[in-house]
Design a protein. Sequence first.
Length: 153
Amino acid sequence: MTRYYATDPTEVRLSVSAIVRRYPRAPEILLMRRADNAHWGLPGGYVEPGESVMVATEREIREETGYEIEVGRLVGIYSDPKTQVIEYEDRRRVQAINLCFEAVAGECGEMTTPEETLEIGFFDATSLPEPFVPIHEVRVRDARAVSEEVQLR
């Protein structure tokens, strides 16, 4: 099972995530329930070699939820090893440096990684489902803030 707030990272990877709404500033955000630990959280994942962060964000959201998105502003950059080290079942401990974007949902097709996603849904950003991925909570709070300033955490 995936464990958050691990220590002693063995690798560093660049990841992306998105706060996806049906329309700009809508109160509901798109969440996925992860297959590896049954926690709800933001869709996203690791940037692959040769990808831009924009392409990676679009790909990850499409794979995990089926939604095409229009990527918007950068919400924040999350890199603090106190909160960004994840331990996976294979005992790898990855410090995930995450770029979190806002996005607007477009057409919904088929998800292509159903083994990663148990279910998806739009939820009010002020009332997140439980259990929720703890390292994603701050990203949701930052996206709800009215500040246009990119958060560095």
